[in-house]
Design a protein around this ligand. Sequence first.
Ligand code: GLC
Length: 441
Amino acid sequence: MNHLKQKAKEILSNNWRNGFTIPTAKLYPFQWNWDSGFVAMGFAQYAVKQAMQELRNLFSGQWQNGMLPHIIFHSETENTYFPNWDFWETSVNAGASQQPKTSGITQPPVHGFVLDFILNLHQDDEEVKAFAKELYPKIINYHRFLYNYRDPKKEGLFFIYHPWESGRDNSPIWDESLNRLVIDEAKLPNYERRDTKVADASERPTKDQYDRYVYLMQLGKRHQYDGEGIAKESPFLIQDCMMNAILIQANKGLVNVAKQVGLDFAEVEAWLQQGAASFQHKFWNEEKQFYLTYDLRGEKQIAHKDIGGYIPLFAGLPNATQANHLTQKLNDIKEKGFYLCPSFDIDSPLFDSKRYWRGPVWPHMNWMLYQGLLQYQQTELAKTVLNDTLALVDQVGFYEYFESQKNKYDQLDHGFGGNHFSWSASTVLNFLEEIVKMSYF
Ligand code: GLC
């Protein structure tokens, strides 16, 4: 396993750009929000100063209203990415960060549990404790933004209005809501995609999907990327099960941090209470025995099962019966010859084992799933998730995502999307530490 550790550190070091980490060269040349959270946890294992720098730089792009953008464009001259900072034009919002420039939407709010993870590993380090005190109010501000701007009915659950905010950009769970958009090509601004120049087009979203992404960006811009107008107008308005589970787990992380370094957490506790109650009611589907994402505009649950439905395990939300249903499903997937965990329902006609978020395995998702399974004493299944992740990376390399069907994977000598990927490297580092910590071998 030493070679994996070595390689993982080498990747993080090559992707380090003087204070922050890019997800992968060429495809994603800036700092991404939740990627940085996962990367910081990897750094925490052997270079905690870099972990702190990573997060400091990420939050340097936070807006005055608390919003933490999904991309921080630390360079204004790098022009190989679309949509770049000029296309977002965030100056329409008076409180948007202009130095550094950013995008106008957010991503899964992982940083509360990330900070807790880092502090746990370095409990006696005074510099880390001081850092926790510095970052805590910024994360609180971020969460306040989500509750104040993105929760019009005050349910303790927030909405997204762009698939890119979910982190699972191209999942089939967005299809129906995206199809609601009426696209007039003549009214869309001219744009030129860059992703299909550096990655195989068959592994990326289609042109029709991209038009819809651009449409929603324009809609956000028209409303100064603010919540109220967007909530009224956007045909795509979703309460994502995974993101809300992540927010709840991040709030739990914040409570732990506050207790350790002596900060007030009454506001966080109130969020937790309200969020947990609404969560069960809104996302659990008794018929499917699964958590489903909620279409706020269509006022109904989205019928598809995606990997986001397992993430409530990570936040400790399911009761014992619900957890059993989820783990049973995972065992079935395993029995059917898949690596854990495919990003989409393997029994659905929309399952595509190769295309972006429509079937492949993502290492960082497995890290959250692994933690969730441990919480529910599903140690064997958790170990499968860990071993599958390491096996996938070991055989073909540190790709962005991987073929999930074992018999198809065996015929490949590569993974999908970008290679030398940062969160794949940091996840491997954390899994390798788990093997030691839990004495698995
Ligand atoms: C893709 C992923 C998103 C990730 C980004 C950078 O857009 O869908 O989750 O943050 O790449 O890795």
